[in-house]
Design a protein around this ligand. Structure first.
Ligand code: KG4
Ligand code: ZN
Length: 344
């Protein structure tokens, strides 16, 4: 299939998201979020998310088809996030996708949410990127990956040992009273603060860490340092704390990503996942990659956080590469490893 028309379904967390692509061209990207229903709990409540997916999935698919100006019968393939994610939420997507694919008699691909985050960049930059290093930073994951072929070969170089980067943003936003989700709120608040106001720790960057765990992350020490600072400084300036915290995260993410490029001899970096929408990360990444002679790709901010276009993009690449579709009905896998790009 050269330019397959693909519908992608994403329901791994709190977004019911449908994307439609033709080849590498984005035709529709519909997102219904239940984030406001979770806000008062300070995090995503799985039961609420599953129920919201059930209510939104059919209308979202209808809206996406309308926006793309295509009919169900025009579709060549369907892709759905098979994992990782909240199992009840994933099941709404996988069972809807299986029903649709069976009814339309077209191939179904159960794909990896993390690989999909990376592949959405292929909609923006239409040139081959592999091999590339990928820094994947979301609410549930922070990993450094080597991508030799996006549809078949992803190797994990390192990952967070405690919180994901997005989770750290969300937790610090909560203690700073900035609401949920915290990433966008800190991003905005930090713009009026000083990034060098407080020297917060960069996790796993001692010389021992560089020797033993060069590509792993840890954000728990940073979280504790921010909490201690707030306790010991009653008159703290919130935007300075936000900016200094953000700087510590951005600094360590890029130190390790660039080290992975250098170590592997790969001069290409893709940054993906919700935290890749962070404006400071985008600026500093551009500066450091230019200096190091590394070509940098970051999807448009609206395509960094969860969406259906990323699932459609990966599925389209899978179909074009002639990869085998996923057989029949399959189980959602809440902790699907990043190396498994799609289910057999
Ligand atoms: O990829 P994503 O939408 O969902 C997961 O797969 O987890 O990522 C969501 C995470 C949240 O933790 C959110 O706070 C963070 O991405 N995020 C940001 C920004 N926008 C979203 N973090 C920092 N700066 C942002 N602008
Ligand atoms: Zn995600």
């Amino acid at each position: 299939m050269n330019e397959p028309l693909v519908l992608g379904i994403e329901t791994s967390c709190d977004e019911t998201a449908i994307g439609i692509v033709r080849g590498r061209t984005l035709l529709a990207n519909e997102i219904a979020s239940s984030v406001e229903e979770h806000a008062r709990f300070g995090g995503v409540v799985p039961e609420i998310a599953s129920r919201a997916h059930l209510e939104s999935i059919i209308p979202s698919i209808e809206r996406a088809l309308k926006a793309a100006k295509v009919n169900l019968n025009d579709l060549d393939a369907i892709g759905v996030t098979a994992g990782p994610g909240l199992v009840g939420a994933l099941l709404v997507g996988t069972s809807s996708a299986a029903g649709l694919a069976q009814g339309l008699d077209i191939p179904l691909y159960g794909v990896n949410h993390l690989a999909a985050h990376i592949s959405v960049d292929y909609l923006t930059h239409n040139l081959p990127v592999e091999p590339t290093i990928a820094l994947l930073v979301s609410g549930g994951h922070s990993s450094l990956l080597q991508v030799d072929e996006i549809t078949s070969s992803i190797t994990k170089l390192g990952a967070t040992m405690d919180d994901a980067a997005g989770e750290a943003f969300d937790k610090i936003a909560r203690i700073l009273d900035l609401g949920f989700p915290g990433g966008p709120a800190i991003d905005i608040d930090a713009r009026s603060g000083r990034a060098d106001a407080i020297d917060f720790p960069r996790g796993l960057t001692t010389s021992n860490d560089w020797a033993a765990r060069p590509f792993d992350f840890s954000f728990s020490g940073l979280k504790t340092a921010v909490a201690r600072y707030l306790e010991s400084t009653p008159a703290y300036v919130r935007s300075d704390v936000a900016a200094s915290f953000q700087e510590a995260v951005v600094d360590v993410l890029l130190l390790k990503a660039l080290a992975a490029c250098k170590d592997s001899g790969i001069d290409s970096l893709v940054i993906a996942g919700g935290v890749a929408a962070n404006s400071r990360l985008r600026v500093v990444a551009q500066e450091r990659c230019e200096k190091a002679g590394i070509s940098l790709r970051i999807p448009a901010p609206g395509l960094c956080t969860d969406n259906g276009a990323m699932v459609a993009a990966l599925t389209s690449l899978m179909a074009s590469a002639g990869r085998t579709a996923t057989a029949g009905a399959f189980d959602a896998q809440s902790s699907l490893p990043v190396e498994v790009v799609s289910l057999k």
